[in-house]
Write a protein of this length. Structure first.
Length: 247
């Protein structure tokens, strides 16, 4: 039994690591798409795209994944991808938005609906939960190696055109109007800051604690959506309390 238990624990940790890596790749793919979509698809002429590609390499993201994300933005390879947003409620009534890039809307819609249904949630109509989120520019700067007080960081962010800033134990989160994200990003980079994240995202106005008896279902929903290659991003209002990733 001990041998089986040890294998089970190792496999469980591997699955958790794979899921975490999948979420990282998903986020990088979305950043690659956005950088290539809004600028030159040639990284030599697009500093933001070059920055994201460097991040992809640092995360050991396969080259084919990088290329596929850029092809989605440029239409290379013959496939035409569309941006589609799905809205719904996860287990416990948690608001969830799903942003997808797809060359087959019927396939993607069926898969997203199935993920919600399998997890005890429900897919809603357009506008059913989006009003609970605010579209904001988000720039994140890691504290590690940064010799800046919160007050100094806030002043630099505001001088760059940001609206607000939130400090956590490991990073500074700078919020901007969506249209100002690029100019604030550039201003901070000119000041010498290294940015960990620079994106336009959806931020929940309020969060919902996932009921303890719904946590497993909620995680299953997020994992199933993450595993879908068409899904580029997931915006969720759920908070899991006292979570140690133990299933």
């Amino acid at each position: 039994m001990s041998g089986h238990s040890k294998w089970h624990n190792i496999q469980g940790r591997k699955n958790a690591q794979d899921a975490k890596r999948g979420k990282i790749f998903q986020k990088i793919s979305r950043d690659l798409y956005q950088a290539a979509k809004t600028g030159d698809p040639d990284p030599a002429n697009n500093p933001q795209l070059r920055l994201v590609i460097d991040k992809a390499h640092a995360a050991n993201m396969p080259k084919k994944n990088i290329q596929r994300a850029i092809e989605k933005a440029t239409g290379a390879g013959g496939a035409k991808f569309e941006e589609v947003t799905y809205e719904g409620y996860g287990p416990g009534g948690v608001a969830v938005m799903v942003f997808a890039l797809t060359d087959n809307k019927n396939r993607t819609a069926a898969a997203v609906r199935s993920a919600f249904t399998h997890s005890g949630g429900s897919l809603g109509a357009s506008g059913s939960v989006s009003y609970m989120f605010d579209r904001k520019g988000l720039i994140e700067i890691l504290r590690d190696g940064l010799d800046k007080s919160e007050d100094d960081m806030l002043m630099d962010a505001l001088d760059a055109g940001a609206e607000d800033m939130k400090a956590t134990d490991d990073k500074f989160q700078i919020f901007t109007a969506p249209s100002d994200m690029t100019s604030v990003r550039d201003a901070l980079q000119e000041q010498g800051y290294e940015l960990d994240t620079a994106e336009v995202t959806m931020i929940p106005q309020n969060t919902t604690v996932v009921p303890s008896d719904k946590v497993s279902q909620y995680k299953h929903l997020i994992d199933e959506l993450t595993d879908n290659d068409d899904v580029a991003d997931i915006y969720e209002a759920g908070v899991i309390e006292d979570d140690d990733d133990a299933e």
